[in-house]
Design a protein around this ligand. Structure first.
Ligand SMILES: [Ca+2]
Ligand SMILES: [Ca+2]
Ligand SMILES: [Ca+2]
Length: 152
């Protein structure tokens, strides 16, 4: 290959990469998600603490993120669950309803849950007896921010 041909290849590759990057930004990289979904069926599991066991899980339907599960203390059972409810059904959507469930004492059983409408907390419930019956409770801090805005 002659030097000017090599240059052409380099320029062409650079151009393709630039176009690729620009399209990614313009489309919010949505197509990446769709391509990944095609391979993974919308189910994504991650091993955040790198102990060889998956501890964070996401479920997507198309471009909608509908479920997040997290084993926050890395002992195996999931203790944090965020599930999209309602029409929009996208956890990233400010207007969607969703339910947060937590297993705060890490005994493998969820006992606390919150129902959110967008950024508004509708109700909080506690299953104090552990029999599956949730009782409404007062939320000490109604100003607490939506769990979706928390960094992870
Ligand atoms: Ca892990
Ligand atoms: Ca756990
Ligand atoms: Ca528990």
């Amino acid at each position: 290959m002659k030097p000017y041909q090599k240059r052409r290849v380099v320029y062409a590759s650079g151009f393709v990469l630039c176009v690729f990057g620009i399209i990614s930004v313009l489309t919010d990289a949505a197509w990446v998600r769709l391509v990944m979904n095609a391979f993974k069926g919308g189910h994504y599991a991650y091993d955040l603490n790198r102990d060889g066991r998956d501890d964070y899980y996401e479920e997507w339907v198309g471009l909608r993120l509908i479920l997040q599960e997290w084993d926050t203390n890395y002992d195996g059972p999931v203790d944090y669950r965020l599930r999209a409810l309602g029409a929009s059904g996208d956890l990233r959507d400010e207007n969607t309803e969703y339910r947060l469930e937590t297993d705060a004492d890490f005994d493998g059983r969820f006992e606390y849950r919150e129902h959110w409408d967008g950024n508004e907390l509708i109700r909080a419930e506690l299953d104090a007896a552990g029999d599956g019956n949730y009782q409404p409770i007062d939320v000490p801090d109604l100003e607490s921010k939506s769990p979706r805005s928390a960094d992870r």
